[in-house]
Design a protein around this ligand. Structure first.
Ligand code: PEP
Ligand code: MN
Length: 335
């Protein structure tokens, strides 16, 4: 819209678009408002739209994930979670905690340590996506309650994964951020239902997903009116065939600057799932910050040998402290 366009002009344009069965998303700017059109683009006549009063220009954005692109949202998106700001030029944010919530005591013990080590957000899985039915599946609702209670005790924001559509409303009641895991990156119904809660969504890249495909699924969150998106590179499947792999996944750090170039949303790296090995978390954490990640997700356990899931990649609290101190130093040096 033109800077001088009136409210009525804006309403008229919205009405014109919506009367064709399309949805709209308005970006209210300091000088100018921008209207995004969501839906079948063949239904709209761009030339005709341009003739409406108050319209400055109509642009067809080329990126497949238009509403995620920098052509649509020019300024870096900063996602605020209580007093923590993620993205833009904010210093790195550290999300840490156990893979799974195992008991109130376990979570409380580890949470105190990760907070002391400098973590900003507490993680812990209650609904665990597991390949095997014989593995620990998480404590479910009890786990969510432990997360809420420990988060309150320590005054630290929390994040947990929502695994299924039917859990969205429950999980949203207990946590500050909803995580959608790698295995659910393609789950359109889950993504849209989670987006509609209005909570920040921590959206992990699927381990076989192309970046365009990943951002197109993330765009569904914006299309549901939620721009509080935190992207996460968590490693892709290592090459198959006859390779004997040393690591569980390959942390694709190319993805960090590529995604930052394409979209204004924050990008977090997860060197825990990205490697599957605790000895590799420190080097890959440093590499992630050097590549421009806005923060890290790190799995921590004070008794990794007893962890009910992902013990091999869990670092101990003192290692987390070393990671945070070194990454902060690295960030300041590079900034
Ligand atoms: C997790 O964060 O515990 C998890 C299961 O991650 P991912 O979806 O990346 O495997
Ligand atoms: Mn895990």
């Amino acid at each position: 819209m033109k800077p001088e366009a009136s409210k009525e002009d804006l309403q008229r344009v919205l009405h014109t678009i919506e009367s064709k069965g399309l949805k709209t998303d308005v970006m209210y700017g300091e000088f100018q408002n921008v209207i995004g059109i969501i839906g079948d683009e063949k239904k709209i006549d761009f030339e005709q739209l341009k003739t409406l009063p108050g319209v400055y220009d109509t642009v067809r954005i080329q990126a497949p994930f238009r509403l995620m692109s920098r052509s649509y949202i020019a300024k870096d998106v900063v996602v605020k979670v209580r007093s923590v700001s993620i993205g833009g030029s904010n210093p790195p944010v550290y999300i840490a905690g156990p893979c799974s919530i195992e008991s109130y005591e376990q979570l409380s013990r580890i949470a105190k340590e990760v907070k002391n080590a400098g973590a900003h957000i507490l993680r812990g899985g209650a609904f665990k996506p597991r390949s095997s039915v014989h593995s620990f599946q998480g404590l479910g609702l009890d786990g969510l309650k432990h997360l809420r209670d420990v988060g309150k005790d320590l005054d630290i924001p929390t994040i947990t994964e929502v695994r299924g559509e039917s859990d969205v409303d429950t999980v949203a009641k207990y946590t500050d951020i909803l995580q959608i895991g790698a295995r659910n990156m393609y789950n359109q119904d889950l993504i849209e239902k989670a987006a509609k809660t209005g909570k920040p969504i921590f959206f992990k890249r699927g381990f076989s997903a192309q970046i365009d495909e990943y951002l197109s699924f993330a765009e569904r969150i914006v299309a549901k009116g939620n721009k509080k998106i935190i992207l996460c590179e968590r490693g892709i499947s290592p090459l198959g065939g006859s390779f004997k792999n040393q690591t569980r996944f390959t942390l694709d750090l190319n993805a960090v600057p590529v995604i930052k170039k394409e979209t204004p949303f924050p990008v977090i790296a997860d060197p825990s799932h990205g490697t599957g090995r605790r000895d590799l978390v420190f080097p890959m954490a440093k590499a992630s910050i050097a590549a421009g990640a806005h923060g890290l997700m790190v799995e921590v356990h004070d008794r990794p040998d007893e962890a009910l899931s992902d013990g091999a990649q869990a670092v101990e609290p003192k290692e987390l402290r070393r990671i945070i101190e070194t990454c902060d130093l690295l960030y300041r040096t590079l900034a």
